[in-house]
Ligand binder design. Sequence first.
Ligand SMILES: [Zn+2]
Length: 394
Amino acid sequence: MHSKPIYYEEPYRKTLDATVVTVTEEGLILDQTICYPEGGGQSGDVGTISGIALLDTTKDDDHTIYHHVQGTPFSEGDKVTIVLDWAHRYKFMQMHTAQHVASGLLFHHFSIGTVSVHQGQKFLTIETDQAEIPLSVCYELEDLVNEKAREGKAVHYEVHTQKSAQEKGLRRSIKVEGDGVRLVVVEGVDTVACGGLHVANTKEIEVFHYQGQEMIRGHVRLIFTVAETARQEIRKTEAVVEQLKTLFSSPLEELVATAEKAVTQAANDKNALQRCNTHLASLELAHRVDIAEKKDGIPVILWDVDADTSLKDIGKASTSHEDLALCAVQQYNDQVLWLIVLSGKAASLINFSAQRSTLLEVIDGKGGGKPPIYQGVGSKDRFALLSTFKDLLQ
Ligand SMILES: [Zn+2]
């Protein structure tokens, strides 16, 4: 049993009384419906059925329409009232009609084909058959669609036989079989076979806004917003630009150059800071070597490193000391970072390979390296590693 689709006859109808024919696991089947099922790149209708939330509308391959409601509050024979979420539906009708106008213009004016389309909550996307589309074409298309919206072109339907529809030489192949082919005509702009829902006049598109493009399957996919969503997106972008102008104390014309300069400056500052930190680490290590206790004349350093100094810098600095037995640890969030250096004669004090498990098991650590520098991570008490290292030197 198929629901009678009232949405084709009355696409602007917002409420309808219907009778529950069957309750299935997939959802309710009604005798008639104004709920458009998901398909053709358009999402299914939402709203309420007798006050219960209608979460989605879908159809199966057999064109049976399922109304997905929360829970199972209905039984066969129940009289119900459908109330559409009209803002949701109308937004999709606007976007979908804008897509026809845009795809029609792309084809007839720019010789660009449409491969696939999608109407999301916010963005309308058109996957074209092109590997490249210059920005000037995107803006020209935007202008032309807005022109068609201003001109107020009527959108109407024609029902054709398969033969008479084929003879029209449409830009898009007809996907339905048999007669009764529904053609959507945007007066003077585009004619295609389509089972979707459209506004009655292009003036209802209101605003058509080019948002950008991306590559998909080697094709350019154009991204647009329509009507209220377009206005919101434009305002949002303007608000961000205003904030950036204030942040960089820059007029619009100089904003990009100012931002680029700031990014370059920040990168240079970061490098300079890095060099300072490396130098500081080497100074601190040299100081610790000077005051270190010695084992067989080799300085021994046990170092709990603060957060401002990096073990990497200490490792680097250690290469300028001939003989050195160093064990450094650092707490980093839940982790313990560790560094062991056994350079020159220190290699004879501790054989790292032989003592690796003794050292690392106390902090549940892992890692390694090659002589004379070893490093890694662990957890548990970092001071246990320092004392184990010290014990091995006794
Ligand atoms: Zn359509």
